[in-house]
Design a protein around this ligand. Structure first.
Ligand code: ZN
Length: 81
């Protein structure tokens, strides 16, 4: 059967316009109750055509883990206050 290598090069395309996504960095903003967080220079893919940002899944998970730690700390501070 002809099952050749399919994922040796994964070209990423924009979900909105289908343009090429270029490896870049983008800022990530978190809007939550009680705090507002702005993280700069997260590795991301940016569409060369429309500018849409796409974050790598592992980066998003890393941010979410970071936020969880942050929220736990925030809770402790609020309880102490
Ligand atoms: Zn695009």
């Amino acid at each position: 059967m002809g099952s050749g290598p399919e994922d040796e090069e994964k070209a990423m395309n924009c979900m909105l316009c289908g343009g090429n996504l270029e490896k870049s960095a983008a800022s990530y903003t978190v809007d939550q109750k009680g705090y507002h967080l702005f993280i700069e220079k997260i590795p991301a893919y940016v569409c060369a055509r429309c500018g849409e940002k796409a974050f790598d899944e592992k980066e998003v998970i890393a941010i979410q883990n970071m936020l969880k730690t942050f929220e736990d700390k925030l809770e402790q501070v609020q309880m102490a206050a």
